[in-house]
Design a protein around this ligand. Structure first.
Ligand SMILES: [Zn+2]
Length: 318
């Protein structure tokens, strides 16, 4: 078996990121526990392949045990909306960057949570048993000769470490949220703009968001899944992709990144606004002058998108 070189170019990382579920040579759909191989062929072309195709690798950078993504990716053309105050809109234009909020700064205390505190005992029990069984079932050829008390102690330590990891993880995870919908939403206008008359919404698509951020393989973009935390838990890798059912109306798609070193409460990530902004809408309650203002600002920042008034303003006939 080839030695791993750990040489990971951006092209290789992007290839494995975009084709996460399948071998790029034969199309094999990876199953949990399969090995995926990242490396380069004889022409130094990046490859992301399955066991059967790994012979075509001249260099193996790294092998992974395949695990499915903890989130679902919407179709490329899926419409995403972001509703905001005018000041936030100007900030987006002037910074040419998207603001990612550190997850411990969100109002929702359940952000990144694995469950409800009153159910924690059950969750602890599940993972304690999981760790104990992992310690006892050592790899083939090795005997586990640890006494029961030691196994219990080690499992408790691993559980403790995982809990501490959960807290720390919140400070290293940054998120930018979008609302998935084909249409405008009256509720979202109300929720995400403190002063409704001066609110702006931008519409993009999954593809627009991904490409505007430079197809960066370190930024994950996917759907939040809404679960009943009375009955379920989020796993250690799922926690930032799960929310309580009571948030289901948000239909959130989030962009998420991890930064181990950065200490600020949010990160500005450069973004190509011409790829991001497909349409701009102003609130159904916006006065005429506000539309002119948004148009002026767009012109100042060379945003070539027409500003439309919210479609919710259309008059009915009875
Ligand atoms: Zn293959």
């Amino acid at each position: 078996m080839q030695e791993m070189t750990y040489r990971l170019t951006t092209d290789l990382r992007r290839l494995s990121f975009e084709n996460h579920d399948n071998c790029v040579s034969c199309g094999h759909a990876f199953q949990e526990g399969d090995t995926s191989h990242l490396g380069y062929d004889q022409n130094d072309k990046p490859l992301y392949v399955c066991d059967s195709c790994s012979g075509s690798l001249k260099e193996t950078s790294i092998r992974h045990y395949f695990t499915p993504r903890p989130y679902e990716i919407p179709d490329q053309e899926t419409k995403l909306w972001r509703y905001m105050d005018f000041s936030k809109y100007v900030s987006l234009l002037s910074s040419k960057a998207i603001y990612f909020t550190r997850t411990d700064c969100f109002e929702d205390l359940f952000e990144g949570a694995k469950g409800i505190r009153k159910n924690k005992e059950r969750w602890n029990y599940h993972y304690l048993e999981f760790f104990k069984s992992a310690i006892k079932n050592s790899p083939e050829g090795h005997m586990c000769e640890l006494p029961e008390e030691q196994i219990e102690k080690d499992a408790q330590r691993l559980l403790k470490e995982m809990e501490m990891g959960g807290e720390a993880h919140k400070k290293r995870t940054f998120v930018n949220c979008w609302h998935e919908s084909e249409h405008e939403s009256e509720a979202m206008w109300r929720l995400y703009s403190s002063f409704l008359a001066n609110a702006v919404a931008i519409r993009t698509s999954y593809k627009g968001l991904y490409e505007s951020l430079g197809r960066d393989p370190s930024i994950n973009i996917g759907r939040v899944k809404y679960i009943d935390l009375n009955k379920n838990y989020a796993g250690p890798n799922d926690a930032f992709w799960r929310k309580r059912k009571s948030f289901e109306h948000e239909r959130e798609v989030r962009a998420l990144l991890t930064d181990m070193k950065y200490k600020g409460e949010g990160k500005l990530i450069p973004c190509d606004l011409s790829l991001l902004i497909e349409d701009v809408f102003v609130s159904p309650h916006a006065p005429e002058w506000f539309i002119h203002l948004v148009n002026d600002i767009n012109e100042k920042y060379s945003i070539k998108v027409k500003v439309s008034r919210s479609e919710l303003i259309e008059e009915p006939f009875l």
